[in-house]
Design a protein around this ligand. Structure first.
Ligand SMILES: *Cc1c(COP(=O)(O)O)cnc(C)c1O
Length: 560
């Protein structure tokens, strides 16, 4: 050991003090949820020490948008206003549209040869005429009044034609390997203000209908999108969570062995995010078989599956396609279509389902109490389906008559759905060029990140590559050995790396612990930054790792 190194071991008191302060700050931060920690990191990152441009790879929000459906939406509004002026027209005031001949007038109004959006609208109407046998005037009237928004959503759960289209979209994208068309025809949907509202409505209606009680067991596939961990803990619910956890040893894939645990539990509810967030893996066939088996053992199991990333896996098969009787499906248009601001998603449920069955089987006193809740809005509350109860509950029952997702939002869902259906018809089965582009974007970024970190990616049709989970202790081992990694783990708080990455480099990642994963796991979103940013983040991680290594060499390693 040189004299110089001896000297550096004498850590000055002000440095010790600063380090203690940092530990205190970090310990406080650790008490927050993953999204709240990321918010704090963002503030640090904006004023980072190196004055780097700050890179927020925490966000799952995509940085791309789908254009054609938006343009079509705008054209439909223009036509709708023009139509409205045919009945009353006084300056900025116009009347209601007329149904008779409206589809003919729309075709006349559009210029499909020169305007791509117009061509799409015509393709979409032809598609619906051909596949769903819609009456053109009725369908166009629903689209036009829908975008104009001159009436409450009627029927309040979902607009008539819109339901078939949303169902066809879900079938085409999420029900591979089963008779998707048949399943679609047996499915009811309730469009909601994004996946967010869907999740909130589901928890609320399960509770209001006494399908879940305090202390019930709820099973979740961790690591998982944080609301599925935090909502069950609220004092409204106080559910006991059981983890079906996955980890990097299995590439974050949920194993069928793990699912088999369900066969011997009292679990009432299984909550899945599939493909997972943050793990980004779709259930494989064995896992789906295990679910199929689990509902045989536990026929009253209620399953909620959140499939918002379904289109990013190849040939995705939802748990809903495997166990439709037991499953409530949540889908959101937010991610694929770059539409988080629109707030559009849907709940889907089978005509014959365990939720209705369990409501019918409630003990008499509970049933009477629950039915009373809905007796203000229906004369036959006992036959009100669970999905309609969710619609009523979404507006505190009393406002059921004005419930439902806004009609422009519903038509935006329809136009996104139709773009897929029309593309797929053109590009061939399972080949919608828009979906291919979106997948390619996240795939490129995933590769750049892994290349920068010198780690192998995991190529699998189940890997959506929408997020990556990196284990900094494994990286530390890979770069500088196990002893160094152990020192890192024992000498710093579990968010120290994340903290320093933000504060020094301006790069924000998310902490896996908040998602129910273990310390050292950080989530990188491949959705939100330019391709180059992923190489930059990898370089920052290298650089930061080097600085820990230097500290280890100078302060710790030579103490022994
Ligand atoms: C983003 C996300 C949502 C939220 O969807 P919104 O439609 O934007 O509300 C729901 N579930 C998961 C797993 C998500 O990642």
């Amino acid at each position: 050991m040189t004299d110089n190194e001896h000297e550096t071991q004498m850590i000055p008191p002000h440095v010790i003090e600063a380090r203690q302060k940092l530990v205190k700050t970090e310990k406080n931060l650790e008490k927050l949820g993953a999204f709240e920690i990321a918010f704090q990191m963002l503030k640090l990152a904006k004023e980072n020490d190196k004055q780097n441009i700050f890179l927020n790879a925490g966000r799952g929000n995509p940085n791309w948008i789908q254009t054609i459906s938006r343009l079509a939406f705008s054209r439909l509004i223009e036509f709708g206003v023009h139509e409205s002026e045919q009945t009353i027209h006084r300056d900025d005031l116009a009347g209601y549209t007329n149904r008779e001949g409206i589809s003919f007038r729309l075709r006349h109004y559009l210029s499909p040869d020169t305007n791509k959006a117009d061509a799409f609208i015509i393709d979409a109407i032809n598609y619906c005429h051909h596949y769903f046998k819609f009456n053109d005037d009725d369908f166009v009237k629903e689209l036009i009044d829908g975008v104009i928004g001159n009436d409450y959503p009627v029927p309040s759960r979902v607009l008539h034609f819109s339901e078939s289209i949303i169902n066809a979209y879900l079938a085409s994208t999420l029900y591979h390997g089963v008779d998707a068309q048949k399943l679609a025809s047996e499915t009811q949907v309730f469009p909601t203000e994004g996946g967010t509202a869907a999740i909130a409505y589901i928890f609320n209606s399960l509770k209001e209908n006494k399908l879940i009680h305090k202390g019930d067991q709820i099973v979740v596939n961790t690591p998982i999108f944080t609301p599925y961990l935090s909502i069950p803990k609220l004092n409204d619910y106080e559910l006991q969570s059981i983890d079906l956890s996955s980890d990097e040893s299995n590439h974050w894939e949920l194993s069928s062995e793990s699912i088999k645990k369900l066969n011997n539990t009292q679990a009432k509810v299984l909550m899945l995010v599939n493909p997972s967030n943050p793990g980004s893996m779709a259930l494989n066939d064995q896992a789906l078989d295990a679910i199929h088996e689990a509902v045989k053992h536990n026929p009253d199991l209620m399953i909620i599956t959140d499939d918002v990333y379904g289109t990013f896996a190849d040939n995705f098969k939802s748990v809903y396609a495997v166990a439709p009787y037991n499953t409530l499906l949540v889908y959101s248009y937010s991610k694929l279509f770059g539409a988080t601001g629109w707030r559009i998603g849907t709940i889907a449920v089978h005509n014959t389902n365990v939720f209705d069955h369990l409501i019918a089987g409630l003990p008499d006193d509970a049933k009477a109490e629950v039915n009373k809740r809905y007796s203000h809005v229906t004369l036959t509350p006992e036959s009100m389906s669970f999905i309609d109860r969710m619609v009523a509950d979404s507006r505190s029952v009393g406002l059921y008559h004005t419930s439902g997702l806004s009609t422009p939002q519903q038509i935006m869902e329809v136009l996104f759905s139709l773009a897929h259906l029309v593309n797929e018809e053109k590009d061939g089965i399972d080949r919608d060029h828009y979906i291919q582009e979106a997948k390619e974007i996240v795939n490129t970024r995933y590769k750049l990140l892994n290349k920068g970190l010198n780690i192998d990616g995991y190529d699998s049709p189940h890997n959506t590559k929408y997020y990556s989970l990196i284990n900094i202790y494994e990286l530390a081992t890979q770069y500088h050995g196990k002893e160094f990694s152990d020192w890192m783990r024992s000498s710093f708080t579990q968010i120290d790396f994340l903290y320093k990455l933000s504060k020094r480099y301006g790069a924000v990642l998310m902490n896996g612990v908040g998602f129910g994963s273990h310390p050292g796991i950080l989530r990188v979103s491949e959705a939100n930054l330019s391709d180059e940013a992923y190489s930059m983040i990898a370089a920052d991680i290298h650089d930061l790792m080097d600085s820990y290594y230097k500290r280890w060499i100078t302060e710790e390693k030579h103490e022994k």
